[in-house]
Each structure stands twice: as structure tokens, then as C-alpha cells.
Design a protein around this ligand. Structure first.
Ligand code: ATP
Length: 325
């Protein structure tokens, strides 16, 4: 069955992305101009209370996808809708201040994303004051509790916090306005291994207790496996595979996903034999036509050079864009 509707489309979606394209023009004055297709025809939906993992190598378009879904980046074409308060909001047409009650972002670097001079209390009070919300202190205390930060820290300055505490604070800042949808862009990348697990648990607990939907961006498949309900695999701006997390890890279909898993053999040792022949070359070339992955694909066939495979549902809720299926 060829997918034409939003992948995973359900009536209870919170985020819906339709045929999204984001092209950047690079070069200019002294070098030849060229276009980078950061996203090229991405369609997906994220359900209520769902954590959607987005994985792919550097440059695959993960951050751009996260930013477009919360209105921080305008798309070249396509649409993004958020469902909140029984309304469907077209994110591209809405003003940022009008959607910031519904969408929030947690950044990778807790050092650069929060002003170190601010008091912890003010970091959390500012978004609430801006939105003229009542019960500010109650909301701040609840957010601090959800991220496991002691209330005594409220009077501290941000620079007095450890890296792990700062990242908890940046999660608290995102959840304090009680949004519908949060993009978490590699929030554990800068943290020690011991702190990564804590941050993942906080995000999962926040989803359980408050019902937020998340897009969780990571280049580490094992982290996507732990945190996500479903996983999207992005390659050069295209979704090459999408499915339930366990299914993607146990039964990766796209040669690129198989290659990503091979990087982490311990993720599932039983897969090692199955995928041992797959070697992903390091040079990334974007072909003008055909499948974006064929220059690196160990299974490339003549057809792959000529025709682009559509994202197909090959088993229930498991989609892949590959001529092997
Ligand atoms: N503002 C911009 N101007 C020009 N090109 C951009 C811009 N933002 C992203 N790009 C390009 O778009 C492509 C996708 O970038 P993006 O940051 O979304 O990828 P990513 O998967 O998040 O990578 P990383 O893990 O390294 O952050 C890259 O080629 C990048 O250079």
C-alpha cells in the first residue's frame, strides 16, 4: 500500500506535517550558489502523549524538522499543524507568541541556551509572565518537582548549577507553560553517561504525568530505542523508515537503518549476523534522481538510480522507502 496520507495519521494527532520541504541556498559572492535540501517531502504525525524519536546522521535534517514543527523555521513548502484547545493551528501562519503556549523546545546545550546570570526562579517565571498566566509560583514549584530540582535552588543563579541541573532547568522551562508538544533536540548529548539516564527518565515521567507529546531528536539509535514509542529514520531530508521503536530495532528494513544499528552492535546482538555484510561508506553524495541512499547502499539495483521509492507500509505501521520491499 503506497502511503499518501500523513504517516501514522490518526484523529488524536497533536502534530501533523504534510509534504514539508526546507531548502537552503548556500554559496554566493565568491562561490557557486547551490541548494541544500534539508527536508524534502516529509510527512508524519505525532499522537497525543507520544514520544517520536528522530534519528539520522549529522546533516540529515533532524534539527530543521524540529524547528519547523514549532515555527522557528519557515518551510519552503508544505504545512505543519498543531492541535490544541480543540483548534487546528497552522504553525507556518501563526505568530510565534501565539503558539508558544502550545509548543516548546529543549536544546542540546544547557550552557548556551539559558542566561547564566539569571535567577532560577526568573528563568521559569519569565515565560509565565509573558503569557500572563496566574498561579506563577504554583506552576514553578510543579515544574521544579517534575524535573527533580530542589526548591531551594530557585534563588540561585544559573551559573551556580551543575550541567545536569541546568539541563533539568531547561526541561522545566519548557514544561512550565504546560505545552502540548515539545521538541527535545539531543538534550543528553552534552551530558555524562550517568546523567543521560536521569534526563531520559524525567522526559518519560513528564509525558506520563502531564501527557505532553515529544519529538526526541538524537543521532544515537540506542537512546531513541529507550525513549521513543515510534522512530523516524531520516536520511538527507527524507524519511527512509518509520515504525514502532521495538520493530525498527528488531527488524530494521532499510539498509541505512541496518547500517545505523551496526554502529551499535550491542543494541541487539541477535542482529549482528543478519547485518554483518552491510558497510556504510562515509562519503555522502546526494544523487539528482532515484533513491537518495543508492550511492552508499550495498544492495543498490539499476532501478534505484532511476526511480525514487515511496514510503510504503510493508507491515502494520512499519513504513520503508526502499525498492527491496
Ligand atoms: N540556517 C541554515 N542555513 C543554511 N543551511 C542550513 C541551515 N540550517 C541547516 N542547514 C543545512 O541543512 C542540512 C540539515 O541540517 P540539520 O541541522 O537540520 O541536520 P541535523 O540532522 O540536525 O544535523 P546535526 O546532527 O549535525 O545537527 C545540513 O546540510 C545543514 O548544513
Amino acid at each position: 500500500m503506497v502511503m499518501r496520507l500523513p504517516v501514522g495519521s490518526t484523529s488524536n494527532y497533536v502534530v501533523k506535517v504534510e509534504n514539508l520541504k526546507v531548502y537552503f541556498t548556500k554559496g554566493g559572492m565568491f562561490t557557486k550558489k547551490y541548494v541544500v535540501k534539508a527536508l524534502d517531502g516529509v510527512t508524519l504525525s505525532i499522537k497525543e502523549r507520544e514520544i517520536m524519536g528522530v534519528v539520522g546522521e549529522s546533516g540529515s535534517g533532524k534539527t530543521t524538522l524540529g524547528r519547523v514543527t514549532i515555527g522557528l523555521q519557515k518551510p519552503t513548502s508544505g504545512n505543519v499543524y498543531i492541535k490544541a484547545d480543540n483548534k487546528e493551528i497552522n504553525v507556518n501562519k501563526a505568530k510565534l507568541k501565539d503558539i508558544s503556549n502550545y509548543v516548546q523546545m529543549i536544546y542540546q546545550d544547557p550552557y548556551s541556551s539559558i542566561d547564566p546570570i539569571m535567577r532560577v526562579y526568573d528563568v521559569l517565571a519569565t515565560p509565565l509572565k509573558y503569557k500572563k498566566m496566574s498561579d506563577i509560583d504554583k506552576k514553578i514549584e510543579e515544574a521544579m518537582r517534575l524535573v527533580d530540582l530542589p526548591l531551594e535552588l530557585l534563588e540561585n543563579r544559573v551559573y551556580q548549577l551543575s550541567g545536569g541541573q541546568r539541563q533539568r532547568l531547561s526541561i522545566a522551562r519548557a514544561i512550565v507553560v504546560n505545552p502540548k508538544y515539545i521538541v527535545a533536540d539531543e538534550p543528553t548529548t552534552m551530558l555524562d553517561a550517568s546523567l543521560k539516564g536521569e534526563i531520559l527518565k524525567i522526559i518519560k515521567d513528564a509525558r506520563e504525568s502531564k501527557g505532553f507529546s515529544f519529538m526526541y531528536i538524537t543521532h544515537e539509535l540506542p537512546i531513541a530505542k529507550i525513549i521513543s514509542d515510534r522512530i523516524i529514520v531520516l536520511y538527507l531530508g527524507k524519511i527512509v523508515e518509520l515504525g514502532n521503536s521495538n520493530e525498527i530495532i528488531k527488524n530494521p528494513l532499510h539498509p541505512y537503518t541496518q547500517g545505523l544499528i551496526e554502529v551499535y552492535p550491542r543494541i541487539d546482538p541477535s542482529l549482528r549476523d543478519k547485518i554483518k555484510e552491510i558497510k556504510i561508506k562515509v562519503d555522502i553524495v546526494r544523487p539528482d534522481k532515484g533513491c537518495v541512499f543508492y550511492p552508499r547502499c550495498p544492495f543498490a539495483m539499476p532501478k534505484c538510480k532511476e526511480q525514487e521509492p515511496e514510503l510504503k507500509e510493508v507491515s502494520q505501521n512499519h513504513y520503508v522507502a526502499c525498492w527491496l520491499y
